[in-house]
Design a protein around this ligand. Structure first.
Ligand SMILES: [Zn+2]
Length: 198
């Protein structure tokens, strides 16, 4: 099977929210194949660039890739809790809050023999990524507390695990592809006769 690093589905309704888009940057496809758009530093960079969260010349290191993937895990956990009207994990809330409050830090005081004491920023890429993560966390915090919070739902086409905003009442799936798959399965079950329909 060809490994994919790009999810072969259109963005889910609500994916204009960067927090929802990040949560949906991994998906389980029919057959159980998992696609992860953050599976390498290069792909994580590409994800941030394509969502206009870092400039194109940015190159993430594995450390930043991991940070972003951790934020995604925390967002998925909170979105799932919101969709199910259950209590969110404290650890996930703390993770999002950490991203939310991580503003680019002041240039640090450093010493080098040739230059003497001077100030220099932390690794600039780390700062760019922290800034991007703060924006995503900000988006999550306003989505989860805003008018649309009640619309947060999971795609009902198993095994798809994407989130969506139920922007109209009869929307149950993240994409027409997922909807078609469920309808086809139901039609097939009906054809098998009432005994076996499930
Ligand atoms: Zn779906």
């Amino acid at each position: 099977m060809r490994l994919m690093s790009k999810i072969p589905l259109p963005p889910a309704p609500g994916a204009g929210h960067t927090s929802l888009a990040l949560a949906n940057s991994t998906v389980i496809l029919p057959g159980g194949h998992i696609v992860d758009e953050l599976d390498s530093p290069e792909n994580a960079t590409q994800w941030l660039v394509s969502h206009h969260l870092v400039p194109e010349e940015t190159a993430l290191l594995a450390y930043c890739q991991n940070q972003l993937a951790t934020l995604r895990g925390n967002l998925r956990s909170i979105l799932a809790a919101r969709a199910d009207s259950s209590v969110p994990e404290l650890r996930a809330l703390e993770g999002v809050n950490q991203a939310l409050t991580k503003v680019p830090s002041a240039p640090l005081l450093r010493y080098e023999p040739q230059v003497g004491l001077h100030r220099a920023p932390q690794h600039p890429v780390t700062q760019l990524v922290e800034h991007a993560m703060a924006q995503i966390a900000e988006d999550a915090a306003s989505l989860l507390t805003g008018d649309q919070a009640g619309l947060i739902a999971r795609c009902e086409a198993t095994p798809c695990n994407r989130f969506l905003l139920r922007t109209h009442a009869r929307r149950y799936w993240c994409s027409t592809r997922c909807g078609d798959r469920v309808r086809a399965a139901r039609a097939y079950a009906r054809k098998q006769g009432p005994d076996r329909a499930g």
